[in-house]
Ligand binder design. Structure first.
Ligand SMILES: [Fe+2]
Ligand SMILES: [Fe+2]
Length: 377
């Protein structure tokens, strides 16, 4: 019987980091085979999930050329109840001794998995620490493992490699901008040929026409920042919603004609005009109907009192977007990624202090009153 490494995931799409980590683990652990198991029905189902067949094909392409790798469609054969505790014993029967590879972030809630003890009785666990998140690497990770061992027994090892800051969500966003840097060549070709992940191509092309190079770079950065915040803080907003709002937030910045659209009278001639106009034009020119997206665009510059979580997300992502490298933005960005709510307030305070009081837009004044002043009382 062989000794194999099992690596499961949604692979929507598989990217370079998946391949790098899996092959490293395979070599490091001295195992002879890598069994990659695409998830049939992910626990958190997305509306835009690629078909199982496409994800299997992409996963095969990602690992193409390495004959130690098998992509196993066991989850489709089983159809349902694809819990690790039930799938792994079957794989063990088929392949032999198993080491199951999981990310440090999944280990964090391992107790809540279906029958954790059964998983640990079936196989060893190899954990990939995650870069940049101290709760998922280093001492905290070791402590978590000790806890789990006490509770369930089992054998764990921590791989001496850091899982990079690449997620399938980020990769999907990049692909919407026709950037394939983070996926293997074969994967990129298949995606292009079959026009996968192309839902946003038209919208992106159109925005591109309305923005000069610098502004478009900023827009892309806001999209990435917003998606990262959404996943880091597990806000749970749909990819499409975050992507659309961030992509369109500045769509009217360089086309300020009112075109008979209604905007608050006091916004005309002020820097906040483009937020109101942006929401109107997102609806008129891009067919956006989602009221939450429109309202987030319409307060992304001024902020306002009593903002929804989604409005805060877009406002904050715009203020601390990755393209802003001048001080104090990098510091503020760090703060935001540490604690979203506190970071949001710091951003608001910074913006308020920066703006000339005589030109302060009333909504900003109200936001300041609501979030900062009253908070201090
Ligand atoms: Fe803006
Ligand atoms: Fe912006």
């Amino acid at each position: 019987m062989e000794k194999v490494l099992v690596f499961g995931g949604t692979f929507d799409p598989p990217h370079n980091e998946h391949v790098r980590i899996a092959l490293f683990a395979l070599n490091y652990l001295g195992l002879s085979k890598l069994v990659v198991v695409p998830t049939y029905l992910p626990a958190y189902k997305r509306n835009s999930l690629l078909s199982f067949e496409d994800r299997v094909e992409l996963t095969k392409l990602a690992f193409a050329g390495d004959d130690r790798v098998v992509v196993d469609e066991i989850e489709k054969r089983r159809e349902k109840d694809n819990y690790a505790a039930l799938v792994l014993p079957e794989l063990k029967k088929k392949y032999g001794e198993i080491t199951y590879m999981i990310g440090g972030d999944s280990l964090d809630y391992f107790d809540e998995w279906y029958m954790p003890k059964k998983i640990l009785d079936t196989c060893e666990i190899a954990v990939v620490p995650r870069a940049g998140r101290e709760e998922f690497c280093g001492e905290r990770l070791e402590k978590k493992i000790e806890e789990l061992k006490k509770k369930f027994g089992g054998k764990f090892s921590i791989l001496p490699i850091l899982g990079g800051d690449v997620s399938s969500t980020r990769v999907r966003a990049q692909m919407a901008f026709s950037c394939f840097d983070d996926v293997p060549e074969g994967v990129a070709e298949y995606i292009e040929k079959n026009k996968l992940y192309a839902d946003f191509h038209e919208m992106v092309k159109k925005v591109r026409r309305f923005e000069d190079d610098a502004l478009f770079e900023h827009t892309k950065a806001v999209v990435m920042t917003a998606l990262d915040l959404n996943s880091d803080f597990r806000m749970g907003f749909a990819f499409d919603k975050v992507f659309t709002a961030a992509l369109l937030h500045d769509n009217a910045k360089q086309r300020k004609s009112l075109d008979g659209l209604s905007v608050p009278f006091d916004a005309i001639g002020s820097p906040v005009l483009h937020q109101f106009l942006g929401a109107q034009k997102a609806k008129r020119d891009f067919g956006v109907e989602d009221e939450e997206v429109l309202s987030a665009i319409s307060c992304h510059t001024s902020a306002k009192k009593n903002m929804s979580e989604f409005e805060k997300l877009i406002y904050t992502a715009d203020s601390v977007s990755y393209d802003r490298t001048y001080e104090p933005i990098p510091k503020l960005r760090e703060k935001v990624f540490e604690n979203f709510e506190e970071g949001f307030k710091s951003v608001l305070e910074y913006t308020y202090q920066k703006v000339d009081k005589s030109k302060m837009y009333p909504l900003t004044e109200q936001a300041y009153e609501y979030y900062i002043k009253n908070d201090r009382k």
